[in-house]
Design a protein around this ligand. Structure first.
Ligand code: CAA
Length: 403
């Protein structure tokens, strides 16, 4: 059976987010983009509206929606503002869903529930100044000391670095063991020895929060270790399966935003006595954008559906992320071309779409990493093995029960 329909609940969650973005965020986007600051109302309002816990079971402080709803929500958020979707990528995709998958019941109550209620913000500490794609070569260390671990290291390009309360931090507990020597911890940013700072001067996502985090002899109780020692690499990769899903669905929203802007402008702007929408070369660009949007949406919805079924979706999510991010950049580029010189100015939104689309081709797996993964699957070199803890399949009764 194949069913492309969305439920009333899924559509109403997406509509709620659309209205929030249009009414409360869109009017001040340019101001915060120019100031390179995050709108101070964004996170508290996302918390209040339940967006920060949208697909987390009610018993863990969330709203009890499914994983497809998360994708629809990210599409609506990024259609308005990429910085809002980036929040969801780290807070929900990379951290909260990781705790849902790998955390103990006690950790779900202690970390996940306040995150889902939006009382605590969550980040993801994987990338380091010297390590991006080559995760297994990280320099961060965690040394066992009694019932604690002592963590040292620096993480860079971390979204919400200066705002998050909980960072899912990856460090080597056995530096000689390569990817099998990495362990995951929940570092609380008020622990002594944690320092953070913002990074300014980025090409895009200027109204977002990106920074660095340093841990110097930070004492973290073993109760904050997520998963077993040595499971950190698999935990990081499975978190990326969820983070990449939010990036894919968000980038799909950015394709839609570029297409909507180009459709609107091309019907208003006249050259040689008629709206430029009448020219076939302009229509061709709109048709391309529609094609890119439709394919990107199908790809992320398929990955979301697989998550709902409890099926491993590393391959499908990687494809969705690679496709949507590459084509959101192309869509913004074509939308600028439709706008001519006006598209080059921040009087219109499309120049911001181009800048905001660029980072996603790098973070959460560069397009090159995704091409290597896709080739690996096609050749049969890459196979997904079952994990000790899989992302739980969506079960409406469990998700909506107060527990
Ligand atoms: N889930 C769980 N386990 C996984 C997995 C997944 N998705 N993918 C791989 N694994 C497991 C494998 O089964 C294997 O297990 P065994 O040791 O038991 O065999 C182990 O992990 C090693 O896997 P691979 O052999 O596939 O690893 P690799 O070295 O071939 O490839 C890579 C790894 C694809 C290059 C990977 O390191 C990668 O994706 N790098 C990109 C990292 C990345 O996306 N960084 C983004 C940082 S986050 C960010 O940007 C957020 C932000 O704040 C903006």
């Amino acid at each position: 059976m194949l069913d492309f329909s969305l439920t009333e609940e899924q559509l109403s969650a997406a509509q709620m987010v659309k209205e929030f973005g249009e009414k409360e965020i869109y009017p001040t986007i340019k101001e915060f983009d120019r100031k390179q600051e995050m709108n101070p109302k964004a996170l508290p309002r996302m918390a209040e509206l339940g967006i920060l816990g949208i697909n987390i079971p009610v018993r863990y402080g969330g709203q009890g929606f499914d994983y497809v709803t998360l994708g629809l929500v990210c599409e609506e958020l990024e259609r308005i503002d990429s910085t809002l979707r980036v929040v969801m990528s780290v807070h929900m995709g990379l951290n909260s869903m990781g705790v849902l998958q790998w955390g103990t019941e006690e950790q779900k109550q202690r970390f996940l529930a306040p995150q889902a209620r939006g009382e605590k913000y969550a980040g993801f500490g994987l990338t380091e100044p010297g390590v991006g794609s080559d995760v297994a070569n990280m320099a961060s260390t965690a040394r066992k000391d009694g019932n604690d671990y002592i963590i040292n290291g620096e993480k860079m390009w971390i979204s919400l670095a200066t705002k998050a309360h909980h960072i899912l931090w990856f460090a080597k507990t056995d530096p000689a063991a390569g990817h099998k020597g990495i362990t995951a911890f929940m570092v609380e940013t008020d622990m002594p020895g944690v320092t953070t700072g913002d990074i300014h001067g980025k090409l895009g996502v200027r109204a977002g929060s990106t920074g660095w985090i340093n841990c110097q002899d930070v004492r973290v109780p073993a109760a904050n270790r997520i998963g077993e020692e040595g499971e950190g690499f698999k935990i990081a990769m499975s978190c990326l399966d969820n983070g990449r899903y939010t990036v894919a669905s968000g980038a799909t929203g950015l394709i839609r935003a570029s297409m909507e802007a180009a459709v609107k402008y091309s019907q208003e702007r006249e050259t040689f006595g008629q709206p430029i929408a009448q020219y076939q070369l302009v229509q061709q660009k709109i048709a391309w954008m529609q094609q890119w949007y439709d394919v990107a949406r199908l790809l992320y919805l398929k990955a979301g559906w697989m998550k709902n079924q409890g099926q491993r979706n590393t391959r499908e999510t990687s494809m969705a992320k690679w496709y949507a991010t590459d084509y959101s950049f192309k869509a913004a580029h074509e939308a600028i071309q439709v706008h001519g010189a006006y598209g080059y100015s921040d009087e219109y939104d499309v120049e911001r779409y181009l800048r905001n689309s660029r980072g996603a081709i790098i973070y959460e797996g560069t397009s090159e990493i995704h091409q290597l993964m896709q080739a690996g699957y096609a050749f049969g070199w890459r196979k997904d093995r079952p994990l000790r803890c899989e992302l739980p399949a969506y079960d409406a009764d469990f998700w909506q029960d107060e527990g």
